[in-house]
Design a protein around this ligand. Sequence first.
Ligand code: 5GP
Ligand code: MN
Length: 343
Amino acid sequence: MELSKERIESLRELLAPANRKIVIVAHTNPDGDAVGSSLAWAEVLRGMGHEVTCIVPNKYPYFLDWMPGIGQVVVFKNDTAGDAVRAIAEADLLFCLDFNAVSRLEILSDTIEANTTARRVLIDHHLSPDGHFDLSFSYPDSSSTCFLVYSIIEALFGTDAITRQMAEALYVGIMTDTGNFAYSFLTPELFRAVAVLVEKGISIPEIHNNVYNAYTEGRARLFGYVINRKMEIIQDGTVAYMSLMENEMRRFQFQQGDSEGFVNYALTIKKMKMSAMFLAHRKFIRVSLRSRGDVDVNLFARKYFNGGGHKNAAGGKSFVSMQETIDHYIKSVKEFAQDGHLG
Ligand code: 5GP
Ligand code: MN
């Protein structure tokens, strides 16, 4: 991944005036990468003297609660005081982190579309961003937005500018988006970056423990239930899917983020190529897709579930019933296989 020098200089110019009012937004259902990149980038900008508000459309998962500075992130869905709308209306600059189209902000999309004339900067690693940005750092070959933010800080100021707190936030996103250094784009540059983060004094075991060993008992039992009772395998053992209805979630005191990782688990089965999770919400079903190797679930998500993402991790939505969603998935998988996309 080679950052464009021209874009770095454009970014430097955008940030040159003193006391800019800046809003950082990240995607719906913010994950470790969305939150980590927002917190680290906010700290950089505040260090330059700018006024920064971080906004997420809805709540981040509880296993990120420990992250320093997360208490100041405005959750739009719960923002009765109107802090988010005010900050967006007053902003000179809007940074869009870890998503590729304003529609991914869901309940926050309209406010962002209608309520601001701020210049927009995209910092993201998803495929096929939409074109509505004044400056775009779109690098789908970056393992995470956090690695991208690290690289941007390095290019702008050098790594001396990275504090321990930034390092911790950046590591969270790198760790979670690479599945603990198991997925794609594990470049030498990424490990050099991690070495620098370790030099800043972060404790990898502590961060790992904070994020991955902080679930509730209900989540552990729900995991057992889903794998045992709800995982279905089709296509001669190469494709899996699982589903969760709202009553099942209530039974296990479901909290947002509890189903994270379930969809990946099916891929621990040797022959498995592709896996899906269907999670019922009040108004729609959230679809999560994962795949191995050349199987492209970004393509699958775009074609069959109005979604997108990355080659091996994508998502989308379904607006019909759970049974109809599952039937549509099974049919789509067959077509996808016939078209030669399942190898
Ligand atoms: P997850 O399954 O973890 O929610 O999402 C996996 C990946 O797919 C993430 O990179 C996420 O941004 C992307 N993704 C999830 N849902 C959607 C969606 O509805 N639309 C698009 N374009 N991408 C999605
Ligand atoms: Mn990401």
